[in-house]
Design a protein around this ligand. Structure first.
Ligand code: HEM
Ligand code: HEM
Length: 260
């Protein structure tokens, strides 16, 4: 058997291939699965995550990886830590604006429910939970918590000072007491809060995929979910994409002028 047959654990292709197993694997990889609507017959692919929201998510992951890598390297890499931090700030501000003017399922109004609704959802047995087009009521709160924790971490970063060579751009404008509080927050509780929420986030998404057989990742890439026909789609036209670009551009210029 050729070495290529073992790459990434895929079944071998060629004379040794096991067609039914391979077909089943390909089928499983490519067939979009209904989200929480397994028994619904009348389902359609519906645009839920508009392109700006998906790009926001991808950019946030990239910036986060950059922040962690540069914080580990330290020294002159901290210049890039700051740049990634400004990128996160611009992305967060963009997401807040997009929460008002973005595609329907990216808006805060339809996805944020009361804490009581989130608790009721959590108490409902998994099989009886209604399908969620956007974030489910529990997921919505975890998304808000991630956005808040990252916002606090960026804010603290702007006032952080390692007292050697790296000081955030707002350090000169704050008292020593505030700077030491912000630095302690940024390097301890704040950092841990972001890590814990993201571990929970990725863990939950993988749990849904592996244990519950509900794929939330593909829709975050393609934008579409299989949902009962008639589900309201998010608008994702050339016009809304240009609007997103203008909003992000204005915010990026503002962040650059004020902090860069
Ligand atoms: C490590 C950095 C990450 C950050 C900061 C992050 C943050 C977020 C945020 C803020 C949202 C809400 C999207 C919105 O409504 O605007 C979200 C949703 C989502 N993220 Fe992430 N994420 C990260 C990593 C990942 C990874 C690695 C995966 C894949 C395993 C992932 C999968 C998803 C999915 C599937 C959703 C949609 C959840 C749903 O359907 O309710 N995320 N993420
Ligand atoms: C969500 C965004 C951010 C994350 C996740 C993050 C994460 C981190 C981490 C993990 C460290 C190393 C902490 C340690 O030594 O244990 C660090 C250090 C630092 N960060 Fe950030 N950071 C972010 C944004 C920023 C921003 C926007 C700035 C300033 C513009 C900044 C400035 C600093 C400084 C000055 C340090 C060194 C603090 C010290 O060693 O005392 N960070 N950051």
């Amino acid at each position: 058997m050729g070495l290529e047959g073992h790459f990434f654990g895929y079944a071998p292709i060629g004379p040794q291939a096991n067609p039914p197993r391979l077909r089943a694997l390909l089928d499983r990889l490519h067939r979009p699965r209904p989200v929480g609507a397994h028994r619904e017959k009348n389902v359609n692919l519906v645009r839920i995550w508009d392109l700006p929201t998906r790009l926001f998510h991808a950019a946030l992951i990239l910036a986060f990886v950059g922040l962690i890598a540069t914080a580990q390297i330290g020294g002159s890499a901290m210049v890039w830590h700051f740049r990634c931090g400004y990128a996160v700030l611009a992305l967060l501000l963009f997401r807040v604006v997009w929460g008002w003017v973005g595609g329907y399922w990216s808006r805060f109004a339809p996805f944020v429910s009361s804490p009581a609704a989130a608790l009721a959802y959590a108490r409902t047995p998994f099989e009886q939970r209604p399908p969620s087009a956007g974030h489910n009521p529990m997921g919505a709160w975890s998304v808000l918590a991630i956005l808040l924790a990252m916002g606090l971490q960026v804010t603290a970063g702007l006032f952080s000072d390692d007292e050697i060579a790296t000081a955030g751009p707002l350090v000169p404008y704050a008292s020593g007491q505030w700077v030491s509080l912000a630095t302690r927050y940024h390097t301890s509780i704040g950092k841990l809060a972001v890590f814990a929420l993201l571990a929970l986030h990725v863990g939950t998404v993988l749990y849904y995929r592996n244990k519950r057989k509900i794929d939330l990742i593909t829709p975050m890439v393609s934008g579409d979910k299989l949902l009962p026909a008639g589900t309201r789609p998010s608008k994702d036209s050339a016009g809304t994409r240009v609007l997103a670009l203008v909003v992000l551009g204005l915010i990026a210029v503002g962040v650059g002028v004020l902090l860069g």
